[in-house]
Every structure is written in structure tokens, then in C-alpha cells.
Design a protein around this ligand. Structure first.
Ligand SMILES: Cc1ncc(COP(=O)(O)O)c(C=O)c1O
Length: 381
């Protein structure tokens, strides 16, 4: 996997090209008005904390808020030593790769999985090995077989809800089976819940951490439900793992932004997640349905795609003989940009696949993007 692909995603496509690329929240979900007011309030009332260095483990008021939030949303309040404030979900994955695995160790991941996680493992000399998925998420039977037959991995990394890049959600019955098999083999499960609060309709399934708090390290983020502008997230999990992450954080950024922590505390305590998140969920649900309908109208036979019930992504598979990486430049010339599937694989998979994000475009632009992409596929077929 290549860091160049990540830089390309973060930079966005050239002007005028419709972006189906990044896992970027829609700008309309950013509560700029509330953020302006609450930032002014925090600076008026708590400047000495907000503008100062913070404890490695997080600002006390934010930690208290996160403990309550975890209890409210996931049905269990972590002990204080089971929580670390992080500078986004990505930092948690980096710290985990750094201290919970040794160079040369293997970590089992979903095939395909989040590019940032693959890069973090690679950067620390850790070998990622894919376990297959199907429409219900990770194939837990295949994982059990691998754990029974092969050498013990340092961790198993999964994204159970609205997975990046496939959009799939791990089915309810598989969740208990997954935590059971990891417990049986004494393997730490790392659960990335980046899209958990963006279930399009209804309630999320139980988190893996809530099923096995002693065996699961959860990486969470405020990027998708608040704004990536704050670079704020959390790690909850076994106290010994959290202590090791905290020690490593002491030599990365030492502490997450105190201003951001107090801002999210004020936003959350003020009830703003409760008022704004339902609108964001409905927005992404509407966009998905519009995009799905447009793909069905436009795409030639033999093209398939996943049906997400959470998050930002669908995973589209081209007919035999077509290569999504080779078609990328032609798609950009046609005015639409996606991420080729090979970017999310640690093996040679994904050549016929592409990740399409429907989070950033309105319904009309999504329909245009689907049409342009279908033209590219038809010309190449
Ligand atoms: C699955 C997954 N995990 C983690 C992250 C990182 O998020 P953050 O912005 O909090 O670092 C992302 C962002 O795209 C993601 O898709």
C-alpha cells in the first residue's frame, strides 16, 4: 500500500472533478454557528485550560463527558483507566501498531480494510494479513479457522459498522462469535467505530467493546459526527493496553488539543449531538438511496456494488477483465474521481474494485457522477 494514495485522497480531486473519493463528511453537517458561539464561551470562561497543555490522558471535563457518553451510547461506563483521549481515530491506530505489536508480527485485518490502518501497520514493520469478508462483514468462520491453524497474530482489526471501504456492517450474530473466538485464542480485538453513529436508519448494533470490554480496544473519532477540524478521538479498552498507548502518546503529540476537548465537551453537554446527528444520518441515507438508484439506472450489466446501511461508502466491482486502477485517469478526464480498490488490500486483491464515497455530493451531482462513471466503464468494456 502506498502513502501517495492517502495524500491524493486528502488533497481531493482537481477542480471541476466530482469527488467520490474521501471519507469526508458533508460540509452542511459542520455546526459552524454553534462552534463559533461555544468557542467564544470556552475562551471567555476557561481560557487558562483551553489554551494550555493538557494531561496526556485528556482534559478531566472531556474525559468525564466521554465516560458518560460511552455509557449512554454503548451501555457501559469505562473505568477511568480504560480511557485515553486521542488526536483522532488515526492516532489510536498508530499507537496500537506501535506498542501492541512488534515489528515482524502479523495483524489480521478485513480484506479489504482502511488504508490508514494498513499504512500504520506497515510503518511499524507489522505484517497485515487479510481475512475474507462477505455481505455480512468479516467471515468469522474463516477467522476462527485461521486462528486455529496459523500462528497467533498480535491483534485482529475490524471496522464493524459501515466499514471503510466496503460500507458493510458486521451482522449481529457474528459479533458475539467474533469476540468469543478472539477471547478463546487470547488475541486482542481492535474495533474501529468511525461510522458507528452514522447508521442511516434505526439503532447501531452492540459494539464489540460493549460485548467484551476486557478483550477489545475501541478506536473512536469525532471526525465524522462533528468535524475532522478538531482531530479528536478516543481509545477505550483494557487498562494495560490503554496505559501503553498513553506512554507512547507522550512521545508523539503529548496531548490532544485542550481547546478542541473543551469545545466538544460544551457541544455534547449542550445536547447538540442529539439535535444534529439525526439530520446527518438522514442526509447520508438520502444520498445513498439517490446514488444507488442512479447506479442502477446507469451501470451496464455485470457491475455490482455493496448496499451500505451506515457510513459513507459503497464498494463497486467491475466485470471480469476490467481494472479499476487503470481506469482512474480516464474517469478523472471524464470528470469523476474514485479510489481504486487495490489501495485497501494488503495482498493482490481489489483490482476490479473501487471505493465510492457518497458523503460529499448532493443528489443531482451523485446522479451525474454515476452517469460519468458508467460511461467510462462502458467505453472500457
Ligand atoms: C475506518 C476509519 N478509521 C479511522 C479514521 C480516522 O479518522 P480520524 O479523522 O479521527 O483520524 C477514518 C477516517 O477516514 C476511517 O475511515
Amino acid at each position: 500500500v502506498s502513502g501517495g494514495e492517502l495524500a491524493r485522497i486528502l488533497a481531493g480531486p482537481p477542480p471541476g472533478v466530482l469527488p467520490l473519493m474521501g471519507g469526508f463528511p458533508d460540509v452542511s453537517t459542520f455546526a459552524a454557528g454553534e462552534i463559533a458561539e461555544l468557542t467564544a464561551q470556552v475562551l471567555r470562561d476557561e481560557a487558562a485550560v483551553a489554551l494550555q497543555y493538557a494531561p496526556v490522558s485528556g482534559v478531566p471535563a472531556f474525559r468525564e463527558y466521554l465516560l458518560d457518553r460511552q455509557a449512554h451510547l454503548q451501555g457501559r461506563r469505562p473505568a477511568p483507566e480504560e480511557l485515553l483521549v486521542t488526536s483522532g481515530g488515526m492516532e489510536c491506530l498508530t499507537l496500537a501498531a506501535q506498542v501492541l505489536a512488534q515489528p515482524g508480527d502479523t495483524v489480521l485485518v478485513e480484506g479489504p480494510t482502511y488504508l490508514g490502518a494498513l499504512l500504520a501497520l506497515q510503518a511499524h514493520g507489522v505484517v497485515a494479513e487479510a481475512v475474507p469478508m462477505d455481505d455480512d462483514g468479516l467471515d468469522v468462520d474463516a477467522l476462527a479457522q485461521r486462528l486455529a491453524d496459523g500462528p497467533r497474530p498480535a491483534m485482529v482489526y475490524v471496522i464493524p459498522d459501515g466499514q471503510n471501504p466496503t460500507g458493510r456492517t458486521l451482522a449481529g450474530p457474528r459479533r458475539q462469535a467474533l469476540v468469543d473466538v478472539c477471547r478463546e485464542h487470547g488475541v486482542l480485538l481492535v474495533e474501529d467505530v468511525a461510522y458507528r453513529e452514522l447508521v442511516h436508519d434505526g439503532e447501531p448494533l452492540p459494539s464489540l467493546w460493549s460485548l467484551a470490554p476486557d478483550g477489545v480496544l475501541q478506536a473512536g473519532t469525532f471526525s465524522k459526527v462533528f468535524t475532522p477540524g478538531v482531530r479528536l478521538g478516543w481509545a477505550v479498552g483494557p487498562a494495560d493496553a490503554i496505559a501503553r498507548l498513553a506512554e507512547a502518546k507522550g512521545t508523539s503529540d503529548q496531548c490532544a488539543s485542550a481547546l478542541a476537548q473543551l469545545l466538544v465537551t460544551a457541544y455534547g453537554r449542550g445536547g447538540h449531538f442529539g439535535t444534529r446527528l439525526p439530520d446527518a444520518r438522514a442526509l447520508y441515507a438520502r444520498r445513498w438511496h439517490a446514488f444507488d438508484a442512479a447506479l442502477r439506472d446507469a451501470m451496464p450489466d455485470g457491475v455490482t456494488w455493496t448496499v451500505p446501511t451506515a457510513g459513507f461508502f459503497t464498494w463497486l466491482t467491475l466485470p471480469e477483465g476490467l481494472d479499476a486502477l487503470a481506469l482512474r485517469d480516464r474517469a478523472v478526464e471524464h470528470g469523476v474521481a474514485y479510489v481504486p480498490g487495490v489501495a485497501f488490500h494488503c495482498d493482490d486483491g481489489g483490482t476490479r474494485d473501487m471505493r465510492l464515497s457518497f458523503s460529499q455530493l448532493g443528489e443531482q451531482d451523485l446522479a451525474r457522477a454515476a452517469g460519468l462513471l458508467a460511461d467510462v466503464v462502458r467505453e472500457a468494456a
